[in-house]
Ligand binder design. Structure first.
Ligand code: PGA
Ligand code: ZN
Length: 426
């Protein structure tokens, strides 16, 4: 019987140059696999705890040596000798060793790293790809990508309030074609920005970060880029927004749109979204209202829930209990899935199952701080999220995920690309 022989960790750096944790799992048959954990910037308040050292003399306090120590001692001592093939058991052990509901003892960066590394080692030991290990012969749906091509908010140093302007290449028959179209739009967007003397430096997720005059201008420019690339906005490629609006709320509860010189209530902001949706081919809005504004969310869902995808990221933080409240209150109709918000693969899968049973769409997601690890590409297919959000077509930590998806699509003969099904009538 194959068992876990060793688990150890290392402090490495992420795409923003901040430390993060890499975990390696070694099995008794000699299999050895690693995983690297990502890290967010605009984090939700109820996310599982990311353990940082707080020692200002190293990495400005952001070191993860304590999380590494937890892996190398407490966690490895508990898991060595266990089977790697029972992910539910591994993750339940992590939860019980930690003893809290948000991993505030061990750190969710420590536990997720272990959870991922063991899953990967288990797959490799069985000599099957990770997506197949996770999803069996049902792992056949290529996710529709949402590519963040203009960055604002806390991911960029510009005047744009909304954090992400994404394109959704839904009107294609394969992932490969949808990615090619997106890459073409990205290049045309760069050309348009250059021609109009805007800067073409990029933000954390590989999107451009120009200084534009209001929050609608990025949409106008992206639509131009879609047309210039030879595609039809609204028929082949649409727009998705991540407002990340928890970042915009001030003490008085109003949303501060600095780019427009305005402060608005949540009802006014919903009205603004309705106007945008009426005018532009927008198919999805994420975190349109803040994580604490549940009453506003109910209103937003009443107004737009049957027209577009309304995604809860900071709102639900991949947490099944919070999602359940949202379902009960008819809030949103989709959930962003970020494994490090909740701390293990099993808990992530549980949240996805709850969402799917209640007809909430799932979007697998990277974090703004990422690495070369493409785990989420396999994971999205394995648990059938149908959608993925992992940045623009630039920056290698984003590309790693897209290239992995290309590889999977070419390896597996009978995959489906469900973009038209998801977004055609939106
Ligand atoms: P984050 O950004 O990783 O900084 O939270 C991504 C998102 O908000 O979706
Ligand atoms: Zn978000």
């Amino acid at each position: 019987m194959v068992y876990i022989e060793n688990i150890y960790s290392q402090e490495v750096i992420d795409s923003r140059g901040n430390p993060t944790i890499k975990v390696t799992a070694v099995l008794s048959d000699g299999t050895m696999e690693s995983a690297i954990v990502p890290s967010g910037a605009s984090t939700g308040k109820r996310e599982a705890l990311e353990l940082r050292d707080g020692d200002r003399s190293r990495y400005l306090g952001k070191g993860v040596l304590k999380a590494c120590e937890n892996v190398d001692t407490t966690i490895s001592e508990a898991l060595i000798g266990s089977t790697p093939f029972d992910q539910g058991h591994i993750d339940a052990m992590l939860k019980s060793i930690d003893g809290t509901n948000n991993y505030s003892n061990l750190g969710a960066n420590a536990t997720l790293g272990v959870s991922m590394a063991i899953a990967r080692a288990a797959a490799n030991s069985l000599d099957i790809p990770l997506y197949r290990y996770i999803g069996g012969s049902n792992a056949l749906v290529m996710p529709v990508p949402m590519l963040n091509i203009i960055n604002g908010g806390s991911h960029a140093d510009n005047t744009v309030d909304f954090q992400e302007y994404m394109i959704v290449p839904f009107g294609f028959d394969t992932f490969k074609d949808s990615l090619r179209a997106s890459a073409e739009v990205y290049q045309h967007l760069k050309g348009i920005l250059k021609d109009s003397k805007h800067i073409t430096s990029i933000g954390d997720e590989g999107g451009f970060a120009p200084n534009l005059k209001n929050n609608a201008e990025p949409i106008e420019i992206i639509l131009k880029a879609i047309e210039k690339a030879g595609y039809k906005p609204g028929e082949e490629i649409s727009i998705a927004l991540d407002v990340a609006s928890s970042e915009l709320v001030e003490k008085d509860g109003k949303y501060h749109l600095a780019g427009e010189g305005k402060k608005v209530t949540s009802y006014e902001l919903v009205e603004y979204y309705e106007k945008l949706v009426a005018k532009y081919p927008i198919v999805s809005i994420e975190d349109g209202l803040s994580e604490d504004d549940w009453e506003g969310w109910q209103h937003l869902t009443e107004r737009l829930g049957d027209k577009i995808q309304l995604v809860g990221d900071d709102l639900f933080v991949t947490n099944k209990d919070i999602l359940r409240h949202g379902i009960d209150k008819n809030i949103a109709n989709a959930i962003l899935i970020k494994p490090n918000q909740i701390g293990t693969l099993s808990e992530t899968m549980q949240t996805v199952r709850l969402a799917q049973r209640n007809n909430y769409r799932c979007i697998m997601s990277h974090r703004s701080g990422e690495s070369e690890d493409a785990f989420i590409a396999d994971f999205a297919i394995g648990i059938n999220t149908g959608e993925i959000k992992t940045g623009s077509t630039a920056r290698s930590e984003r590309i790693a995920k897209y290239n992995r998806l290309l590889q999977i699509e070419s390896e597996v003969p009978h995959t489906e690309y469900i973009g038209k099904e998801l977004f055609k009538n939106r």
